[in-house]
Each structure stands twice: as structure tokens, then as C-alpha cells.
Design a protein around this ligand. Sequence first.
Ligand SMILES: NCc1[nH]cc(CCC(=O)O)c1CC(=O)O
Length: 319
Amino acid sequence: MWQAEHVRERLTILYPQCDVKIVGMTTRGDQILDRTLSKVGGKGLFVKELEVAMAEGRADLAVHCLKDMPMELPEGFLMAAVLEREDARDAFVSNDYASLDALPAGAIVGTSSLRRQALIAARYPQLVIKPLRGNLDTRLGKLDRGEYAAIILAAAGLKRLGLAARIRSLLDADVSLPAPGQGTLALEVPLRDDGLDLVSILAPLHHTPSALVSIAERKVSQVFGGSCQVPLASYATITGDQMHLRAMVATPDGQRMISAEARGPAESAEALGLQVAELLRAQDAVGILSACLSEAAQADDDARSAELAADAAKPPGNA
Ligand SMILES: NCc1[nH]cc(CCC(=O)O)c1CC(=O)O
């Protein structure tokens, strides 16, 4: 809601004559909170319900966390704008400790991200990682009730909700390389021929450097199946007109971990993404990810079967 409100405010400043309405809705990703995302399955868990609303003309655009968007949008939809990136880093949140380094052996760290799990397990094998899902309040509540010594969250989410004070330290990219698109909002629109040129209307919100880094980061992920169900990190920065892209692939336990990087003109974002993906492939990225990829495929299948079963259970004519 904060994100939708943010976009509404920016559009209202740009187009004071427009009345921008928010259609609030929850998605499967918001609803299923008892399983880690990698086990929920189905790509675009936070996206699909919003696409249905756009297809039915109940909404003209959707505000997403780019991190949650599938690499390929379904036919009939377009990513119209990528907003300027917020802090892309992961944040360390704890009531008792200042940083990962300060945690004693056996301390419980909460995260449901396979990427964060792998990165922490590799560097801090003495720590215990426990799943943690739910919205920010839920997650912080679990920390405050003492279920975890510390939790890892995206800094961007905390900052957006005015909770930056909860951040004890920010994890450097060489400790916790961010996920593709982390900290970035994106606007998705339906391709409709009703004369409303949403792409031009939203163009003033588009931030080209953020879009370029997201293209490079997401390309790496796309090459390896593109989902939030594998321990893959990919993070690009731009200095002048040069891009630096780093990526990492690991097993969930952090036992095997490979990384690659490349530099080149920011304009060649996609080529840089492909280049880094090939460097990872040459180090057996597919082999390292294979256990996760088959688990993810299984979760996808389960999600699809559940969807089909739900559709079959609906009374006829009530699609
Ligand atoms: N998958 C959940 C999700 N999607 C985007 C964010 C954070 C905000 C962002 O990266 O823009 C989060 C929560 C988290 O990682 O703590």
C-alpha cells in the first residue's frame, strides 16, 4: 500500500487534473505465510491477481517490487516504468546484537530467502537459520518476541515504512549480494487499445540507470530459470557510463558457492548479464542449482495443480 500510495502521489503531482485511485488487493504471496517462498511455488506470486484486475479493466497499472516480478511477463502486459532504486542492501535487524559478526554461535537468524540463507551459512556456519515469513510487522513481531536473535530484511522495505531505525547494520554487497531488482519498484500496465498511452503517461517516473541495472541483474536470473526460488544474487552498479555487474549462485546450505563479475558500458546491460551468466555456467551453476531447480519445478507443478483444482471446484459459469 505504501508503494501504491507513493506512485499515486507522484502521479498526482505530475497530473493534478487526474484522480488516481488505489485498488487495494492481496495476492497469493501475501496470503500463504506458513511456507517459505521457495516452497509456495508458482512464479509471480505477488503479481497475478493484479494482472487479472488489469485485464478486467478494474485497474490501469500495478505497482510491484521488481524483485517479485517474473522475468517474463504474460502476454498482454508490459513493464512501463522502473522507478529510481532505493537502498538495494539487506539489513541486519536485532534487539540485542549490532551485526552478524556479533552473534554468538548457535544464534538463530530469521530469513526465508534461499539467497540470504546460503550467503549467511557460507560465511557464518556457526549460526542457525530459521524460516521467517509474513509482512514486515509480523516479522519484526517475531523478532521482538524472542523467536530469533536477529532477522535479515531488505533495507528498502524498512525505509519505505519509516522503520529505518530498526536497522542495526547494513550488509555490504560482499557479505550479502542483493537479489535482482531488490529495492526497486516497477510499474506494470496492460496492453489495451483504448487510446490511453500508459507508457508515455508513466514515462516521467522511469529512471534509466535503475532500469539498466535491473536489465543486467534480471538477465542473469532469467538464464537460470528466473524465480525467487533459487539461491541466486545479482547486483549491478553504474559509475559514469560504466556498469559493474556481480552475481553469485550457491547451494542453499552455502556449501558450494560461485561468483562472477563483468564490467562494460551501461548501455550493454543485457549483454553484461549474459556474459556473467555464461561465466557462472562455466563454473557449473546449473549443477549447483539443479537440486533447487527441480524443487522449484515441483513447487510450480504443485501450484498449478492447486490452481486447476480450485478452478474445477468453482461452480460452472462463475469464472
Ligand atoms: N519477496 C518479498 C519482498 N519483495 C521485495 C521486498 C523488499 C523491498 C524491495 O526489495 O523492494 C521483500 C521483502 C524482503 O526482502 O525483506
